[in-house]
Design a protein around this ligand. Structure first.
Ligand SMILES: C[S@@+](CC[C@H](N)C(=O)[O-])C[C@H]1O[C@@H](n2cnc3c(N)ncnc32)[C@H](O)[C@@H]1O
Length: 371
């Protein structure tokens, strides 16, 4: 059995009957759970609660939506101005989630959830469309495979399942570890592609504290059980940084390991990150002060911040650093009078004199500091 077929079979069983060994105790918001059918709550194979990050009006994408629990919780939070899309590759899980769609729309008061079939490492390819194609164009000879590839490329480009820059918040609950190691980088690039500029990710998953040896990775049962496909704790964060996300952090970390196999601890974590705004880096005279407690810190874009010092920032970085992603770690100092915008040309670590942000009246020579 391959890793992929093992995952498919295990979650078809999970849709059919409760698999106790796939369940992790999680403290969900009881008010959001109250509307959910018991079957959806019982067939919960998550390991965290990314619904805590959902905001009103968000377009939310849930990767590996399973029974639909996180989607139906998120649907209550996004309200009638947002929407929720659950992606799963498994027919049985999709059927289970869709079984309650009409009932949930009535309870919530709006039909704002849809479930679509796709692989999360290839979010452009619509597997329902692929099924239709294969029904009409069965593969009987090698040449048919070439036609299929051409069709897939065209379909990804012209009618992607999830469009570029279309999602405010990507969530997932215990799924990324199930994707084959050779597809994991593409998976995170796909998450980056579909997230809007300024959009967020909140992903609960399992990480390992040590490298997982090959014989554990080859064990299809351990893999489909959300164990041996886990990334190592630093590699999980690094994968998001490599894809281009910023403000990448562990927001939740279970100190108690969920499973220990051959001395390796596997624990539940929740990572948060932001896709940078797609704007030029313009200097208008902003500054930020890092509050501490560390003497010096760096961000994912290579800026350095000295505790208590006014650091020169472009407007884009200023907005990011003083927004919710950094939990109030920076004090923002906007210029009293904006400078004429200039493309950013300062070295990392450039300080901004207080006189520059106070306006011309306070400057000794009246001239803005520029390159
Ligand atoms: C551990 S369960 C988690 C389900 C759900 N997120 C929850 O919290 O209960 C994993 C789910 O991800 C789906 N899945 C696994 N690998 C996938 C992939 N590569 N693409 C799409 N779905 C996948 C499975 O079919 C299953 O429904």
């Amino acid at each position: 059995m391959t890793i992929e077929t093992g995952v498919l079979q295990r979650y078809s069983q999970g849709a059919e009957s409760i698999q106790a060994d796939l369940c992790c105790p999680i403290d969900y918001d009881r008010e959001l759970l109250a509307l959910l059918p018991q079957e959806i709550i019982d067939k919960d194979y998550g390991c965290g609660d990314p619904s805590r990050y959902v905001q009103k009006g968000d377009v939310v994408l849930d990767l590996g939506s399973g029974s639909g629990k996180i989607c139906y919780m998120a649907a209550q939070l996004v309200g009638d101005t947002g929407k929720v899309i659950g992606v799963d590759m498994n027919d049985d899980m999709l059927a289970l989630a869709r079984k309650y769609q009409a009932e949930m729309a009535e309870k919530i008061g709006v039909a704002n959830v849809e479930f679509v079939q796709g692989q999360i490492q290839d979010l452009a390819l619509d597997l329902t469309a692929l099924n239709h194609y294969l029904a009409e164009n069965p593969i009987t000879k090698a040449e048919d495979v070439l036609h299929l590839r051409a069709w897939q490329e065209k379909q990804r480009k012209e009618s992607p399942l999830i469009a570029d820059n279309s999602v405010d918040l990507v969530v997932s609950n215990c799924v990324l570890n199930l994707v084959h190691d050779s597809d994991k980088a593409q998976l995170i690039q796909e998450i980056f592609r579909v997230t809007k500029a300024g959009g967020r990710v909140a992903i609960s998953d399992i990480v390992s504290d040590e490298a997982v040896p090959a014989h554990l990775k080859a064990d299809a049962h351990l893999w489909s059980g959300c164990i041996s496909g886990a990334l190592q704790e630093h590699a999980f964060l690094q994968a998001f940084i490599d894809a281009g996300f910023v403000a990448v952090a562990y927001d939740k970390w279970e100190s108690h390991a969920w499973q220990v196999v051959e001395g390796i601890e596997f624990r539940s974590v929740t990572i948060t990150a932001v896709k940078p705004q797609d704007e030029p880096c313009l200097d208008k005279g902003h500054a930020v002060i890092y509050r501490g407690p560390f003497a010096k810190v760096y961000d994912d874009e290579g800026h350095v911040f000295y505790r208590g010092q006014r650091m020169a920032m472009c407007e884009r970085s200023f907005n990011l650093l003083t927004g919710s992603a950094y939990n109030d770690q920076f004090i923002g100092i906007a210029p009293v009078q904006e400078q004429t915008p200039q493309h950013w040309c300062h070295a990392a670590g450039t300080l901004r004199p207080a006189a520059d942000t106070k306006g011309a009246a306070h400057k000794a020579d009246g001239a803005p500091s520029c390159c």
